[in-house]
Design a protein around this ligand. Structure first.
Ligand code: PLP
Length: 477
């Protein structure tokens, strides 16, 4: 070992000793006045845990040659750790992406009525399975039933956990060990790995593909029927669109085949609508998304759709259709495993009431966002631009497009106005925005950050602008 090395070794050891000696005691940090308010919130045990973790990290850092933190940094580090630990994993975010039914961001925001209905039944006891007329045991399946019958024209209805569960239950109950005919154009993957062929297999059904990728004709179904056939299944292609030389029988055509008296056995026509809608999307300048009422009227025996896509309610799977079939589903052992809880039912019932009163377009956030007029969106984006200018931040307002999302209306967009921000470090600003409170999720396109007012709730605007300003300052610093 050379003289130099020995000297530097001795110096660094001395520095480390000094740094270790400078470490505050656990007790001193526990009594730190700057942590008192937070300590009261989190409790003594969490505070002690955080203090020990910060001191341990400092010892490790000193061992690796770092200096001891300055005195004022100790409470800051403990506070930051407590803060991070207290932050909920599932938290509200501001959706500035312009995708209305954003599956990663929780799909449909709920209406005020749906939220208060959830809070009311959640706060105390409820008539979940209690018949208030008779004073006897009731059924949770009764709550949204009459509304769904009225709104869809179906004989009966059942609500389960989500639409995937709805499709699975239907297949397990009626198609186990038997054949299900489906067009080759509809063997789709919906997203998150949910593939129709896999669900069929899980439900115990045997998949029989008919037609071709682009064209399927009524006779393809008719010719494929055997004594083993249980059902014809139509699946809405949801997240993609076929154009060009394509053909698919109408639901009424399929109903005629399924219910043909000459068939060997009575066949079911099952229609998985995915999103489904009770309102006509064409009224809003969009393409037609299949309507639940139309499927029922066209003769589908069972129709399944989601509660939190275009319906604009809580996560749920809704099955409507012929009364004896729905009754069999209700009695199926799987129905218990797939049932929904009281807060879902409360939110769903409140959401359906909005349709029943004809107020869905005004009351449900999803439809309000779809219906937002371009002028109003322009005014909001312009207001944001001016507010940012007061912070000294330059931005612009440009024409753009919003999407409905949620596996509905693929390729369809709604004209909107975007707040557009140029920055040297778009990814860093976007990352800072994701760490804001609440986190803000935006789009990045051509190195610009884009914010679509369509999906930002009016009461979130100030928080969005504050987060944006703070993120720009933090990223610049
Ligand atoms: C979205 C979708 C599903 C799954 O619905 P979830 O409510 O997400 O479970 C099933 N089928 C189709 C056609 C869909 O679009």
């Amino acid at each position: 070992m050379t003289q130099d090395h020995a000297n530097s070794g001795a110096t660094s050891t001395e520095a480390a000793h000094a740094a270790y000696r400078a470490l505050p005691s656990v007790d001193a940090l526990l009594r730190e006045p700057a942590l008192a308010a937070q300590a009261a919130q989190v409790g003594d045990a969490a505070l002690l845990d955080a203090v020990r973790a910060v001191l341990a990290a400092a010892r490790t850092a000193i061992g690796a040659g770092s200096p001891s933190p300055a005195p004022h940094q100790w409470p800051e580090q403990v506070a930051a750790l407590l803060d991070a630990r207290m932050r909920r994993s599932l938290q509200p975010v501001i959706n500035a992406t312009g995708v209305i039914i954003h599956t990663n961001l929780g799909r449909a925001p709920l209406s005020a009525n749906a939220l208060s209905a959830m809070a009311e039944v959640g706060q105390g006891y409820s008539s979940l399975e209690y018949d208030l007329e008779r004073g006897t045991r009731g059924s949770r399946h009764d709550h949204a039933r009459a509304l769904l019958q009225r709104l869809t024209g179906a004989e009966d209805a059942l609500v389960v956990n989500n639409n995937a569960a709805a499709v699975y239950l239907v297949l397990a109950a009626f198609c186990q060990g038997r054949e299900v005919l489906i067009s080759r154009s509809q063997l789709v993957e919906i997203g998150g790995g949910f593939r129709i062929p896999d669900v069929l297999v899980q439900g115990g059904a045997r998949l029989v593909e008919v037609g071709t990728t682009n064209r399927t004709h009524p006779r393809d179904f008719a010719d494929a029927i055997t004594p083993d056939t249980a059902a014809l299944l139509r699946v809405h292609s949801s997240n993609f669109r076929q154009i060009g030389f394509v053909a698919m029988p109408t639901l009424a055509d399929m109903a005629a085949i399924a219910h043909d008296d000459a068939a060997h056995v009575p066949l079911l026509l099952i229609d998985d609508l995915g999103s489904g809608t009770l309102l006509d999307t064409r009224t809003y300048g969009l393409a037609a998304e299949p309507m639940v009422q139309e499927s029922v009227a066209a003769g589908a025996d069972l129709v399944t759709f989601s509660g939190d896509k275009l319906l604009g309610g809580p996560q749920a799977g809704i099955i409507v259709g012929r009364a004896p079939l729905i009754e069999a589903l209700r009695r199926h052992p799987l129905a218990r495993a797939l049932r929904v809880d009281k807060s879902t039912l409360a939110a769903l019932e409140a959401t359906l009431w909005a349709y029943d009163r004809g107020q869905a377009p005004d009351e449900l956030p999803v439809w309000r966002m779809i219906a937002a007029p371009p002028d109003a969106l322009h005014a909001r984006a312009e207001k944001w631009r001016l507010a940012l200018a007061r912070y000294g931040v330059e931005s612009s307002v440009s024409a753009g497009e919003s999407a409905v999302g949620g596996g509905s209306l693929p390729g369809e967009t709604l004209p909107t106005w975007l707040l557009s921000l140029s920055t040297a470090q778009p990814d860093s600003v976007a990352a800072a925005l994701r760490h804001a409170r609440p986190p803000v999720i935006c789009r990045i396109q051509n190195d610009k950050l884009l914010f679509d007012p369509r999906t930002v709730l009016p009461e979130q605007e100030d928080l969005l602008l504050e987060a944006l300003h703070a993120s720009l300052v933090r990223t610049a610093g």
